[in-house]
Design a binder for this molecule. Structure first.
Ligand code: NAI
Ligand code: ISE
Length: 337
C-alpha cells in the first residue's frame, strides 16, 4: 500500500524531501503540502512536476483524511506545534531537527507520544543513516581502536544568513553532533563549556563565529566540536575518534583527485544537500518502511529530547563561559529498542 504523505514547509529541505519521496524512494507519495508562502509551495510543486493539495495552514495537512503521515520541514520554532498536532491526530510524523527549541518543548512531545501509547515520531537526524558514520561506528564497536578517549569534530558551513544568531549555532547546527556523537559513543554528556576564538570578519553583529564546544561524557571521553558557519571554503563535516589503540576518522565524501596546473586537489562539497544526499534517502525510506511494518525504529523523540537537554546546557554555557552540567533524566522504558 502506498503511504500518503503531507509535507509542512516547502523550502530548501521540504522540496528535497518531496522530490525524494516522490521520485527516489519506494512506497510513498506526497498528496498534500503546506507553506505560509502558498505561492512558493505551488511553484515548488510545479518545478518538481508534481501535483498535490496545497494548504495555507499546516494543521489542515495534518487533519486531512487523505494524509496518512506527516513530514515537518518548516522553520525550527514551528516543529513542536506540528509534531504535537500529528500525535494528537494519531499520525506518524517525521520532524526535521530540532524536535523543539528547548528540552522542555521536546519533553512535551515525549510525554504526548508516551500517552498515545505507541511511537509516532522520527526526528530528522540523518547522520546515523550515513554510510561513513556507520562505518566509523563499526570500527569503534568492533574494538579496533580500543575504548574512545577523545573526539575532535568540526561542523563548517560556507556561510549563513543575517538572521542566524549565536544560539542557533547550537539549536540549528551543533544539534546534529549532539545526536550523532551520543549514538557513535553510546554515551551521554556530563558537562559542557563554550569558548570563543577571535570572531571572523565574515560574520555579522548577532553571531559569534567560530565557537568551540567542549564536552565531558559520563564515561570521561573529552569531545571538542568546532562550529564555524562562515568558513567560506565549503561544507565540511569532520569527526575523528582517538582511541587507546588507534585513531578512526569519518571518511571524506568520494571525490576525484585531480592533478592539474602543478596542483593536487580533491573537491570539497559546499552544500549540505549533497553531503548527506544518500543519508536523507535512507532515513526517509526507513520511516516509510517502518510505518508499513508497524514500528518506528529511527531517531526517536527521546533522542530529540536528549539532544535538546545538551543544547540547553550549551546555550547556558555560551552565556556564562562556565562549565555547565548536562542533566539527562533516565530514558523511559517506552523507548527501549
Ligand atoms: P527554508 O527557510 O528554506 O524553508 C522553510 C519553509 O518553511 C519556508 O518555505 C517557510 O515559508 C516555511 N514555513 C515557516 N513557517 C511555516 C509554518 N508555520 N507553516 C508552514 N510553512 C512554514 O528552511 P530549510 O533550510 O528548508 O529548513 C527547514 C527545516 O529543516 C529547519 O527546521 C532546519 O533546521 C531543517 N533542516 C534540516 C537539515 C538536515 O540536515 N537534517 C538541513 C536543512 C534544514
Ligand atoms: C542546516 O539547517 C542543517 O541542518 C545542516 O545539516 C547543517 O549542517 C547546517 O548547519 C544547518 O544550518
Amino acid at each position: 500500500m502506498t503511504l500518503r504523505l503531507g509535507v509542512i514547509g516547502t523550502g530548501a529541505i521540504g522540496q528535497e524531501h518531496i522530490r525524494r519521496c516522490s521520485k527516489v524512494l519506494q512506497g510513498a507519495k506526497v498528496v498534500a503540502v503546506s507553506d505560509i508562502n502558498v505561492d512558493g509551495a505551488k511553484a515548488a510543486l510545479q518545478r518538481l512536476g508534481l501535483e498535490a493539495e496545497v494548504y495555507a495552514d499546516g494543521h489542515d495537512v495534518i487533519k486531512s483524511s487523505d494524509v496518512d503521515a506527516v513530514l515537518v520541514t518548516s522553520w525550527d520554532p514551528t516543529h513542536e506545534e506540528f509534531t504535537l498536532a500529528a500525535i494528537a491526530a494519531g499520525k506518524p510524523v517525521f520532524c526535521e531537527k530540532p524536535l523543539a527549541m528547548t528540552a522542555e518543548g521536546c519533553r512535551r512531545v515525549v510525554d504526548a507520544e508516551i500517552a498515545h501509547g505507541k511511537r509516532l515520531v522520527q526526528v530528522g537526524f540523518m547522520r546515523p543513516f550515513d554510510a561513513g558514520y556507520r562505518a566509523l561506528k563499526k570500527v569503534i564497536t568492533d574494538g579496533e581502536i580500543g575504548d574512545p578517549l577523545m573526539l575532535h569534530c568540526a561542523h563548517r558551513n560556507p556561510t549563513v544568513p543575517e538572521n542566524y544568531t549565536t544560539p542557533m549555532a547550537i539549536t540549528n547546527t551543533l544539534i546534529h553532533e549532539l545526536d550523532v556523537l551520543r549514538w557513535l559513543t553510546e554515551d551521554d554528556y556530563k558537562s559542557v563549556q563554550v569558548v570563543y576564538p577571535r570572531t571572523t570578519s565574515k560574520s555579522h553583529a548577532r553571531l559569534k563565529d567560530p565557537q568551540i564546544v567542549l564536552f565531558e561524557t559520563q564515561k570521561g571521553i573529552r569531545i571538542d566540536v568546532e562550529i564555524f558557519v562562515n568558513c567560506t571554503y565549503g561544507y565540511d563535516i569532520q569527526t575523528e575518534v582517538v582511541g587507546e589503540l588507534g585513531i578512526a576518522k569519518l571518511p571524506e565524501p568520494a571525490s576525484v583527485r585531480l592533478r592539474k596546473d602543478a596542483k593536487l586537489s580533491d573537491t570539497i562539497l559546499v552544500d549540505w544537500k549533497d553531503r548527506f544526499i544518500d543519508a536523507y534517502d535512507v532515513e526517509l525510506q526507513a520511516f516509510i518502511n517502518d510505518i508499513a511494518a508497524g514500528k518506528l525504529t529511527g531517531p526517536s523523540a527521546w533522542d530529540g529530547y536528549a539532544a535538546s537537554v545538551a543544547a540547553d546546557a550549551c546555550i547556558k554555557a555560551q552565556e556564562s563561559g562556565a562549565i555547565e552540567p548536562v542533566e539527562l533524566p533516565p530514558r523511559p522504558t517506552f523507548y527501549d529498542k
